[in-house]
Design a protein around this ligand. Structure first.
Ligand code: NAD
Ligand code: ZN
Length: 366
């Protein structure tokens, strides 16, 4: 019951395997590609406590030589210091050109370990074993790796595609519910972008996705396939990869407003951002109010926030949020472009959003 999605990018292709028991099979699957390799396993303390022993045993049984590098959980590890620590630990473990890095963890581990692999000896191969829902449906697919700078998130990094992705759906059983929900926002996003039947299916099956029923693997596979398809069309993000940012312009402003803290997880911010993108689209006469209401209803049903007032504590006022949105756009040098929608599954890149209309909308959202 493992689903395998082949990803083709230019000259390269690799598999994303999704299903139960994959951490137990990691050794056999990796040894098939790189027999006898040394493997630098990068993981964080939370994941190490729960899953590292399984992976180490599997690698050893397959004749691979693992060394574990355990980082502190959390976004703070995606730093210059964290990067130096991981690279130097990989060098100390004598990881050479034909060896491998294995990223075992959420998006933080994947981004950091992937960037370390991209830089180590000018680039060695790496395998992603994503253990959070967000990492399985989003960050492990697409080849973006990197760390944060004091100038902003993800500003230093490299495109580095993995050799293999092993998304073990059993590993999600130890993920805190709030983290699972946050990742689910990105799952729903793929339906909202261009797959209305998938969104309707999620409305019917979401409970099964949360309860680790058969729908979970299907939801993850559909999400990975959606991201892989966009990335294959647009690897370096020049065109419609931007659609993946649905909910992210509003979302990033809210995350920044909340100080990128535990008050508001990324997926929670994206959930609010998507609900806002649909409400704004409806206010602009682009999409029906019924569709906007349906989006908010589903997100609320699964326990995600959909409004600014759902965020605990204080946030910047409307002008403050407008500034944060403008800053985000300035860093990426694009004008006030947003991902808006003509309906569920009908998102598009809107390049001419009127700041005055946006301000009025945000004011009404408070
Ligand atoms: P994360 O890696 O911090 O993981 C969230 C929390 O869950 C952490 O505390 C972690 O220790 C814990 N955890 C992970 N798996 C677990 C498991 N199976 N059991 C118990 N605990 C577990 O955060 P995330 O949400 O996975 O990823 C967020 C990061 O991903 C951000 O840094 C973001 O910038 C990045 N990201 C990258 C891309 C990309 O394309 N490269 C895309 C989206 C997000
Ligand atoms: Zn996101």
């Amino acid at each position: 019951d493992v689903t395998t999605l082949p990803v083709h990018l230019g000259e390269r292709s690799y598999d994303i395997a999704i299903g139960p028991h994959l951490l137990h099979e990691a050794g056999a699957r990796i040894a098939a590609l790189r027999p006898g390799a040394r493997v630098g396993i990068v993981t964080d303390r939370n994941v190490a406590e729960r899953h590292l022993a399984t992976v180490e045993a599997s690698l050893k049984a397959a004749g691979l030589a693992p060394t574990a590098i355990i980082i502190e959980p959390g976004e703070k590890s995606k730093s210059y210091a964290g990067f130096a620590e991981v690279v130097d630990s990989l060098l100390a473990a004598r990881i050479e050109r034909r060896d491998l890095v294995l990223a075992l963890g959420g998006g933080v581990v994947g981004d950091l370990a992937g960037f370390a692999a991209a830089a180590l000896r000018r680039g060695i191969d790496f395998v992603q074993a994503p253990t959070s829902l967000l990492a399985q449906v989003d960050s492990s697919v697409g080849g973006k790796t990197g760390i944060n700078s004091r100038h902003g998130k993800n500003l230093v990094g490299a495109f580095h595609q993995p050799l293999l992705v092993l998304a073990d759906t059993d590993a999600l059983s130890t993920l805190p519910l709030r983290e699972f929900r946050s990742g689910y926002a990105e799952v729903a996003k793929y339906g909202l972008i261009d797959n209305a039947p998938f969104f309707a299916w999620l409305e019917r099956k979401w409970q099964d996705v949360f309860d680790d029923g058969p729908a979970r693997i299907e939801a993850i596979a559909t999400s990975c396939a959606a991201k892989a398809a966009v990335v294959a069309r647009d690897e370096k993000e020049t065109g419609d990869r931007a659609l993946l940012n649905l909910g992210h312009t509003f979302g990033h402003a809210l995350e920044a407003g909340a100080g990128f803290s535990q008050r508001l997880l990324h997926g929670e911010a994206v959930a609010i951002g998507m609900a806002q993108a649909f409400r704004f689209s409806a206010a602009q006469g682009l999409c029906s109010p019924e569709d906007a209401a349906r989006v908010a209803k589903h997100l609320t049903t699964v326990g995600l926030p959909t409004r600014i007032k759902d965020i605990p504590g204080d946030l910047p006022d409307t002008d403050g949020l407008m500034d944060l949105i403008a800053q985000d756009k300035k860093v990426s040098r694009n004008a006030l472009t947003f991902i808006l929608a003509r309906g569920i599954g009908q998102s598009f890149i809107a390049r001419d959003v009127d700041p005055a209309a946006l301000r009025t909308f945000l004011e009404g959202e408070r």
